[in-house]
Design a protein around this ligand. Structure first.
Ligand code: HEM
Length: 234
């Protein structure tokens, strides 16, 4: 998909490529599924009423593993695209804001309704740090998930990854710790998701732009900017 002529780094109209938007929604759905199935695995509250033919726990964990491997593959692809994809240049240019104290102050002030949010790249500095932390959380959930997995399945990818995962397991202080860390990552997502949704809607209202639309269409719009342009032209 090409970029429209109106693109500027200050107010990018075209923001996310199709692949990054698709990966966003895949991970949103998959993480939701992992939280639901993970909650059950942690505390298997449904009972098969004594029948050994109904493998409820087995089914829930099967879905957990399927979703888990989708998360791992989409996470790896997203990390690759962050460095080498079509949006990479604009995403990485956010680092200029992260390293600039002035940008931090501008963003924080704009969150307190003082002035506008001006940034060089895609993300404000606080936003960039939070998204990086969430990506680290995905990596941590994936690695601890894989360590737990190699203890359940010893063939195929489980067998292949057994030795390296045992090394990481030892670094983490044993299997009990790994399970604990894996469980805690879920709470990281549970805290992040409502704040993330709130901030997207808040930002759309506060800065009058397409904060939510951008993840569907790829395009952002800036009502304030359009208004300013109109006033300049009259
Ligand atoms: C957003 C990501 C994820 C969340 C929120 C999540 C959540 C959970 C939770 C809450 C548990 C129960 C832990 C406990 O016993 O207290 C669990 C178990 C487990 N998860 Fe995940 N998980 C995620 C990703 C993954 C991934 C990527 C894999 C890798 C395939 C994975 C594999 C496992 C395994 C093997 C278990 C243990 C199953 C068992 O003991 O039978 N998880 N997960």
């Amino acid at each position: 998909m090409g970029q429209p002529e109106k693109y500027t780094s200050d107010h990018p109209d075209f923001v996310y490529s199709a692949i990054n938007r698709i990966l966003h929604w895949i991970r949103a759905l998959v993480i939701t599924g992992l939280i639901i199935t993970g909650f059950y695995i942690a505390e298997p509250y449904l009972s098969s009423k004594g029948s050994s033919d109904i493998l409820i726990y087995g089914e829930w964990s099967m879905w957990h593993f399927i979703l888990g491997f989708i998360l791992i593959s989409s996470g790896l692809l997203r990390i690759y695209l962050f460095f080498f994809g079509n949006d990479s240049g604009r995403e990485l240019s956010s680092l200029k804001d992260v390293l600039s104290i002035k940008s931090w102050i501008t963003q924080l002030k704009s969150y307190f309704f003082i002035g506008e949010l001006r940034k060089k790249g895609f993300y404000g500095p606080l936003q960039f740090i939070i998204y990086t932390a969430i990506m680290i959380l995905v990596v941590l959930a994936s690695i601890t998930g894989l360590i737990l997995y190699v203890h359940v399945y010893h063939q195929g990818i489980g067998g292949l990854l057994y030795e390296p995962m045992r090394v990481i397991e030892a670094w983490m202080g044993g299997l009990a710790n790994v399970r604990y860390i894996h469980h805690i990552t879920m709470w990281g997502f549970l805290i992040f998701i409502p704040i993330h949704i709130y901030m997207v809607v808040w930002s759309a209202v506060r800065f009058k732009h397409g904060a939510l639309d951008v993840m569907f269409t790829g395009y952002d719009y800036h009502l304030k900017k359009k208004q300013e342009e109109k006033e300049e032209n009259t």
